[in-house]
Write a protein that binds this ligand. Structure first.
Ligand code: HEM
Length: 599
């Protein structure tokens, strides 16, 4: 993806017209929450005025982008004579069936089946996350189109049935392509980038580690870590200091995933240890590489002299050494314990995924084990942090949703830490997360490469095509969603099933779909529900006065450009003393939360 996402910058060419205007008008009527909001502490009647300003600014941004598309920065390749003739005859009223017959008969079918194409060259739109122009282009060119820059081209998929075909119906014909190339330095052949036999074997080994007893045991961890965050916020509330929630959420989820994956307490909410900085250095590097204009890390001399790369290598070394130490400690515990390995095996002192893997016979010395642990750490960290960040951003803009949410949490939780049993009662909280994941999917695009010729929709494609499935486009499509841009948890009925890719026909796929679906979906759903519930029970959150506007930028997940600065105030409620006794409860199958499957 290195020389990939950055290729998604565009420059002037000629124009494609009518459809564009028609589609833009359709969109510009919407109530948009995509990009920015201006911070305000004002409440009540002025909220509407703030929202109106937001909508106007958003409409203006859209109009500008739309004008750039119309002016030719993104250009459809000129259609052939046959296509023009066919379109002309069609406009004159010739029946569609007759035209199909004639043009197929005269050998025109190949031209007809050519995927719509947008062309451009590297430049401009540096201020926009790459998936935003893809959305505008989708409204113009439809559910599948080709984006071409010089010699490089990508297929952009925003059609649910084509997404389903790639992810679920014919996944064997697709690999992770450029994603695997970029992540190689940190994840190697870990579960996210791996393909083929390695992926199949490792998925079978790792999925069982996230069994129901393990997820239930994680509730204590979710609750204690969130309680530490509550204490920090409590102190900030006393001091009247604003807080930057995005970095706090990042630390919260790092602390959780460190314990869950290899029983390591980063304690990043309280201390800035070297290992925490090393993990962040590695993570930032992965994100930088995903948007770099050229793969600078492969340039022979640069590789050895770049101070940044030296820092990354040193950070990687520290992370790997720490991992080696943790693996050694864990192996010793496994060797000394008398527990027999079985399906729901779990060591109560150390329920981590690493412990499960070693007890199941995983090779301690293998690079594969380290690759998988790093993959789980990264996969489970940034994604959940981003979900929490955007959920609180959305909540700050919709006080009525926040009030309803707090109401539910108050009545369900009282002064307890949440347990697995509470999950089926926190229905509205779950819907808030579902809706946040719809508006801000993490990651916003899924990357694939075709391994063989295939047919997408009505278009034949060749092997070696790089494909972006735009989850952002699917989740915000005006064709699939009413008021697609509105944060409206009510769109999901409380007594309905938990929305997922299957019951939403691949219009909604927050955790992907098919055999490569997220293995941490249940873990992450519960983790974010617990965090949201515990935080809103204790505090009110508002955008801080004078905070920078919240804009998006992207690496693997969607970040804010300048953080999410909020004013946190204690709710006027009796003080809540958390109960730290969290019983391990069997998960009730009626919880209706999606579950990852081994293949
Ligand atoms: C809200 C948080 C999360 C979101 C939104 C999320 C989303 C996703 C998505 C969309 C995919 C599919 C990627 C693709 O098809 O290319 C995926 C895969 C994956 N996720 Fe998550 N994830 C989250 C949390 C987690 C957690 C907590 C873990 C680990 C405990 C995890 C581990 C993985 C792994 C290992 C894969 C690769 C599975 C495979 O290829 O077989 N994720 N995730």
């Amino acid at each position: 993806m290195a020389a990939t996402l950055s290729f998604l910058q565009f420059s002037p060419q000629t124009l494609q017209s009518k459809y564009r205007r028609k589609n833009f008008n359709l969109k510009s009527n919407g109530n948009c929450v995509i990009s920015c909001s201006y911070s305000s502490n004002e409440r009540g009647p002025k909220d509407d005025a703030v929202k109106d300003v937001d909508s106007l600014l958003e409409a203006k941004r859209r109009a500008e982008l739309s004008a750039r598309i119309a002016s030719g920065e993104f250009t459809v390749e000129k259609s052939s004579f046959q296509t023009q003739l066919k379109s002309g005859l069609s406009k004159l009223g010739f029946p569609k069936e007759a035209l199909e017959f004639i043009f197929n008969f005269t050998g025109g079918s190949e031209d007809y089946l050519k995927i719509p194409e947008a062309k451009g060259s590297v430049s401009a739109i540096r201020n926009e996350p790459f998936f935003m122009p893809l959305y505008e282009l989708y409204l113009t060119y439809g559910g599948i189109f080709r984006l071409t820059f010089g010699p490089k081209s990508f297929l952009i998929v925003s059609d649910p049935s084509i997404a389903k075909h790639i992810l679920k119906d014919n996944p064997k014909s697709y690999s992770k392509g450029i994603l695997a190339e970029i992540l190689d330095f940190v994840m190697g052949k870990g579960l996210i980038p791996a393909d083929g036999e390695i992926w199949r074997v490792r998925r079978r080994a790792i999925v069982p580690a996230l069994h129901q007893k393990f997820v239930a045991a994680m509730f204590g961890l979710f609750g204690e870590a969130t309680d530490r965050l509550c204490k920090k916020l409590d102190a900030a509330a006393s001091d009247g200091e604003d807080v930057e929630m995005e970095s706090l959420f990042s630390r919260l989820t790092l602390d959780i995933i460190g314990k869950a994956v290899f029983n390591y307490d980063f304690d990043s909410l309280n201390v800035d240890a070297g290992i925490v900085e090393a993990v962040y250095t590695v993570l930032r590097e992965a994100e930088d590489r995903s948007v770099a204009p050229i793969p600078f890390w492969e340039i022979p001399i640069w590789k050895d002299i770049s101070p940044k790369l030296k820092k990354v290598n040193a950070a990687l070394k520290l992370v790997n050494e720490t991992l080696d130490g943790l693996i050694a400690i864990c192996k010793k515990m496994v060797d000394e314990e008398e527990l027999q390995f079985h399906e729901e095996y779990m060591n109560e002192q150390d329920p981590s995924i690493l412990h499960f893997l070693l007890a199941s016979g995983d090779d301690v010395s293998s690079k594969q084990l380290r690759d998988d642990l790093m993959t789980l750490l990264i996969a489970g960290h940034e994604t959940s942090a981003a979900v929490l960040t955007w959920t609180f951003y959305l909540l700050s803009k919709e006080p009525s949703v926040m009030a309803k949410l707090q109401n539910e949490v108050d009545s369900v939780l009282g002064d307890r830490f949440p347990t697995v049993e509470d999950m089926k009662k926190l229905k509205y909280t779950t819907r808030v997360i579902n809706e946040s994941l719809r508006l801000y999917p993490q990651p916003p695009v899924l990357i694939r490469r075709s391994l063989e010729d295939d047919v997408l929709g009505k278009y034949p494609i060749k092997r070696n095509e790089d494909i972006f499935i735009s989850v952002w486009n699917l989740h915000r499509s005006p064709h699939h969603w009413e008021d697609a841009e509105k944060f409206n948890p009510e769109r999901w009925p409380l007594d309905g099933p938990n929305p997922n890719e299957t019951n939403q026909n691949f219009s909604y796929l927050p955790f992907g779909g098919g055999p490569r679906k997220c293995i941490g979906d249940m873990f992450a759903s519960f983790e974010t529900i617990v965090a949201v519930a515990m935080l809103v029970r204790r505090f009110d959150f508002q955008m801080a006065l004078g905070a920078p506007p919240v804009k998006m930028t992207t690496g693997a997940t969607i970040h804010t450009t300048e953080g999410l600065k909020m004013t946190v105030t204690r709710r006027r409620q009796p003080p809540i003393i958390p109960n730290l006794d969290v019983p391990t409860v069997k998960i009730d199958s009626s919880l209706n939360i999606p579950e990852a499957k081994a293949v």
